[in-house]
Design a protein around this ligand. Structure first.
Ligand code: CO
Ligand code: CO
Length: 311
């Protein structure tokens, strides 16, 4: 039986029996960092993320690669090695893959996992009064754009690589233990785009508290210089109408919330009870989790970004 979750998430689900379904996803992209090993590891963490966001357990992977005909194949080997290391950490088996020739390098994975059909975490069931938790800092797109323009410092490159390589596995396991039913991963649409999707799918609005939102520190400098990915401007023009930013926010502050993320964190809507404990547990596991907002009744705009802290 085929279940359609078209309006919810990036992964497809195929029900095998009453208590077992397949969950499948595919993701691949052009290099985001210069280090081929890191690029491979990021591609793996990113491809696994949709499965983790839905509360699934990834099992197997197939690689998909495009590589220039005159390219140095030891680079492709390093990319594959980085990917395999991450898959190992995730206890996912690489079954094979396919490589084609193309002018521009691309790499990623198709992932297959399992999920209980009655315990699928989606972005469509966020409820009024719940708190929003984000598990990775923002600024990934701005810093990777900075890398392409040779404007990112070596510390920024190191930090953004760590953030992108971090699996959402632990965060997913912890959220499942707290009985969370609404979550998504923050990727190409940026924090505000994915918030808009959650608000629309759940028929609610969201209130975010700007000072609570974690950002990789180096991203601020680059944002002030308007080192914006093309996707940031596209997100802002696509989702901007649905968002009300506090007028006191500076241009770069608002812009950063539309920054497209590669292998970003989970955005979790958690019942108030247990949210603090969940965040402490996430932080004890080395995850930079923060409560960044709350779910409110549906209003005219889908997202309201306030300039005060959460009280
Ligand atoms: Co995806
Ligand atoms: Co996703």
């Amino acid at each position: 039986m085929l279940c359609s979750f078209a309006s919810f998430d990036d992964a497809g689900i195929y029900k095998l029996s009453k208590d077992l379904a397949l969950v499948q996803t595919i993701d691949f992209f052009t290099p985001v960092v210069d280090d081929p090993w890191v690029y491979g590891a990021v591609a793996a963490a990113n491809s696994l993320s949709d499965i983790y966001a839905m509360g699934g357990k990834p099992l197997t992977a197939l690689s998909i690669a495009a590589f220039p005909p005159q390219g140095d194949f030891t680079i492709l080997e390093q990319i594959m090695a980085g990917g395999i290391e991450k898959l190992k950490e995730a206890e996912v088996h690489l079954l094979g893959g396919h490589t084609i020739q193309d002018k521009e390098m691309k790499f990623g994975y198709a992932i297959t996992g399992t999920i209980h059909p009655q315990r699928i975490v989606t972005n469509s069931v966020a409820r009024v009064g719940e708190l929003l938790i984000l598990t990775k800092p923002l600024g990934i797109g701005i810093i990777t754009t900075g890398i392409k323009l040779q404007k990112a410092s070596s510390e920024a490159i190191k930090r953004v690589s760590e953030v992108m390589m971090e699996l959402n596995r632990r965060a997913s396991q912890i959220m499942l233990r707290y009985g969370v039913s609404a979550a998504t991963d923050v990727t190409g649409f940026g924090l505000l785009g994915h918030c808009c999707e959650m608000a629309a799918a759940s028929n609610i609005s969201l209130e975010l508290y700007f000072p609570e939102i974690p950002v990789i520190p180096d991203a601020w400098e680059l944002a002030k210089e308007r080192v914006f990915a093309g996707g940031l401007l596209a997100n802002r023009s696509f989702f901007g109408e649905r968002v009300k930013l506090a007028p006191s926010l500076k241009e770069e502050e608002g812009a950063l919330l539309f920054d497209p993320q590669t292998s970003g964190g989970l955005l979790i809507a958690s019942p108030r009870k247990g949210a603090d404990r969940m965040v402490s547990e996430l932080r004890r596991s080395g995850i930079e989790a923060k409560i960044i907002g709350r779910v409110i009744e549906k209003k005219r705009k889908e997202i309201y970004v306030r300039d005060e802290s959460l009280t």
